[in-house]
Ligand binder design. Structure first.
Ligand code: NCD
Length: 317
């Protein structure tokens, strides 16, 4: 099914053909932007400044929020953001659902929403009259991050099929890991994880994933290592203190792990990185690190999604 006029709330929604088409266009956008420092020549002279993307972020964000905005600007669209919640009417008691319904009533062309656990909002987004892109919801899904991660793997290897992808750290609370698991396995990657018991995933979807207890063994196995931040804000009080010396000793990717990691492997992280906790500064700067390339790819993947959903014709040179 085409994305035209559709919402993107989860990975399941996307067929492999649609994802391949997103990757094709992402490669074109990135190549053309690298050559011309602009994407406008791909739009056949069309002026898109009547298109307005409204962004509502109810959880913190740097990369996702800024790259959606960057993507909209690069296409010549306008993006407006409700992100200073202390001066919004949420501080007066208005619910997130009502806030989004009001933003929707202003008839933007597209809504980008990030939120935590909120059943009412989740339900109302499903029936939105304006297409919605999920920019991360609770521990459940982060489809655009999974797309840019998978694209980064595809770009490096030429294919996702057969890639051994290791996810390290707080898998239990990671919407990034959940969306990646679905997308990567759809394309025939082998997904494994290495996490302390308290942070190991227990959902049905993870049953088939290989579990490593020893990080060095896992790193020697992997083609791709995806590190995750320990998401303390989603932990119950009892697990405060998990980022102990013991955690770093067992789950931080550092020198010892770099030594056993394949020479053509890649290191990834969705950000924000807490240097020295889940990955060492040294490892972040390793030539195999693709962390900033992921961020770059995020702009192009998101520009492609805006174009596809809004039905913008792209002229491939
Ligand atoms: C992540 C998120 O918000 O899910 N970051 C991102 O969107 N790039 C990961 C995190 O917060 O640790």
């Amino acid at each position: 099914m085409s994305l035209l006029g559709q919402s993107l709330l989860n990975i399941e929604k996307l067929s492999t053909t649609e994802i391949e088409s997103i990757f094709d266009l992402t490669r074109i956008f990135k190549t053309e932007f690298t050559k011309k420092n602009s994407l406008r020549h791909l739009l056949g002279g069309k002026n898109l400044d009547d298109k307005v993307v409204t962004m509502a972020f109810f959880e913190p964000s740097t990369r996702t929020r800024m790259s959606f905005q960057m993507a909209a600007f690069r296409l010549g669209m306008r993006a407006i953001a409700l992100d200073n919640l202390s001066i919004s009417s949420i501080s007066k008691g208005e619910t997130l659902m009502d806030t989004v319904l009001n933003l929707n009533a202003m008839m933007p062309d597209l809504l980008v929403v990030r939120y935590g656990v909120n059943e009412d909002l989740a339900e109302s987004l499903k029936s939105s009259t304006v297409p919605v892109i999920n920019a991360g919801c609770g521990t459940a899904e982060h489809p655009t991050q999974a797309l840019l991660d998978a694209y980064t793997i595809f770009e490096h290897r030429g294919s996702i099929k057969g890639a051994k992808v290791l996810i390290v750290g707080d898998v239990l609370h990671s919407r990034v890991a959940n969306s990646n698991l679905q997308l990567l396995t759809k394309f025939g990657a082998e997904v494994a994880y290495c996490a302390p018991e308290e942070l190991a995933p227990h959902g049905e979807k993870w049953k088939a994933a290989r579990k490593f207890t020893d990080l060095n063994e896992a790193m020697a196995w992997a083609d791709v290592c995806m590190c995750l931040r320990v998401q303390k804000e989603r932990h119950p009080q009892t697990s405060v203190g998990l980022i102990s010396a013991e955690y770093r000793e067992k789950y931080r990717v550092g020198n010892a792990q770099l030594k056993v990691f394949k020479s053509d492997g890649i290191l990834m992280h969705p950000g924000p990185v807490i240097r020295g906790v889940e990955i060492s500064s040294f490892a972040m700067d390793d030539s195999r690190s693709r962390i900033l390339e992921q961020v770059k790819n995020g702009v192009f993947v998101r520009a492609v999604l805006l174009a596809k959903i809004l039905g913008i014709e792209v002229r491939v040179p």
